[in-house]
Design a protein around this ligand. Structure first.
Ligand code: XMP
Length: 321
């Protein structure tokens, strides 16, 4: 029978056996899978593990801090933070095509992670790379294993030959709910353990139009309000994801304060789903939607309209890009 304590003991023993006294690297994305995988490996081999967090500046409000402060405090993990915000913004400047955004972000992510891995390897010869692969990922990809291939983004290739690490995948036999239970048992912050799925390219694919710092700040502010209100309504676990999308290239007329405004609409896209393959729009209470709308238009400069996406998947996708 399934028991959190047993799973942890079993995985810790397996990791120790695989890793021996080798050095291990793990990329943290801010999501639950990499966070739990790293925490398990840390429990097994302690400071033989070094985590790398590439801050691409496309996360939501407070998420980078949760990794850098709360997660490190809860686990005692050694973390190398790479501030790559400028680099990603420069690479994305003027780009509006969704697939182009994904390609650029995937490419830059690999380059930055590779550089960090090289530096660490020079310091303390690294043999192993931790990945938060879950059982459904294993089944989906035909069960193959062996070489390093960072899977945190779509359209991302593997690491170059001279950086061939052996994979450590302590979550390979587990489902998402089991991973969450392990995360809680390992003492990880609830905000990380219960985080909704979030796309690798982050807020870049929730800005319809080119990405820049100002637009990211506007979207972050609107997104934070939606999350705060969902949480205080006690409905976090009733939705699968709640993308908030900024229609940065669209303007609409409004009347606010002293007169006419010409601002941007924000789209609320709360969905229910089991596996993201199909989804339906969440029938959130109207008074919650109303609170979110009022707060966003009052508190977020440049936003004068909030709309609700009532499209299922198919035909719509969950994300707008
Ligand atoms: P769609 O929009 O295709 O999304 O219905 C299905 C699920 O995948 C997530 N998503 C991504 N995740 N990189 C990711 O890591 C991506 O480029 C990407 N695009 C979409 C989306 O958030 C949803 O959970």
């Amino acid at each position: 029978s399934w028991n959190t304590g047993n799973i942890i003991d079993e995985q810790v023993a397996l990791i120790r056996e695989q890793v021996g006294d080798g050095q291990v690297i793990c990329g943290l994305s801010g999501g639950v899978d990499s966070a739990v995988a790293a925490a398990l490996v840390h429990k097994a081999v302690g400071d033989q593990l070094t985590c790398v967090f590439v801050d691409h500046g496309l996360l939501r409000a407070g998420e980078a801090e949760q990794v850098e402060k709360d997660y490190v405090q809860a686990t005692g993990i050694r973390l190398k933070v790479v501030d790559a915000q400028e680099r990603f913004l420069n690479a994305l400047a003027g780009v509006t095509d969704p697939e182009q955004k994904r390609k650029i972000i995937g490419r830059e992510f690999i380059r930055v992670f590779e550089q960090a891995a090289r530096e660490l390897d020079a310091e303390r010869h690294v043999d192993f790379l931790v990945q938060g692969t879950l059982y459904p990922d294993v089944v989906e990809s035909g069960g193959g294993t062996g070489t390093a291939n960072i899977k945190s983004h779509h359209n991302v290739g593997g690491l170059p030959d001279d950086l061939k690490f052996t994979l450590v995948e302590p979550l390979r036999t587990l489902f998402k709910d089991e991973v969450r239970a392990l995360g809680l048992a390992l003492g990880l912050p609830e905000e990380i353990v219960w985080r909704h799925p979030f796309p690798g390219p982050g807020l870049a694919i929730r800005i319809i139009g080119a990405v820049d710092r100002e637009r990211l700040d506007v979207l972050r502010a609107a997104d934070l309000i939606a999350r705060e209100e969902l949480t205080s309504a006690g409905l976090d676990r009733d939705v699968w994801q709640f993308p908030v999308v900024l229609l940065a290239d669209v303007r609409s007329v409004g009347v606010q304060g002293d007169g006419r405004t010409y601002g941007h609409p924000v789209v609320l896209r709360p969905v229910e789903s089991g596996d993201a393959m199909t989804a339906d729009w969440s029938r959130l209470p109207y008074d919650l939607i109303a609170r979110i709308s009022t707060r966003i238009t009052n508190e977020v400069p440049d936003v004068n309209r909030v709309v609700l996406d009532v499209t299922s998947k198919p035909p719509g996708t969950i994300e707008w890009e």
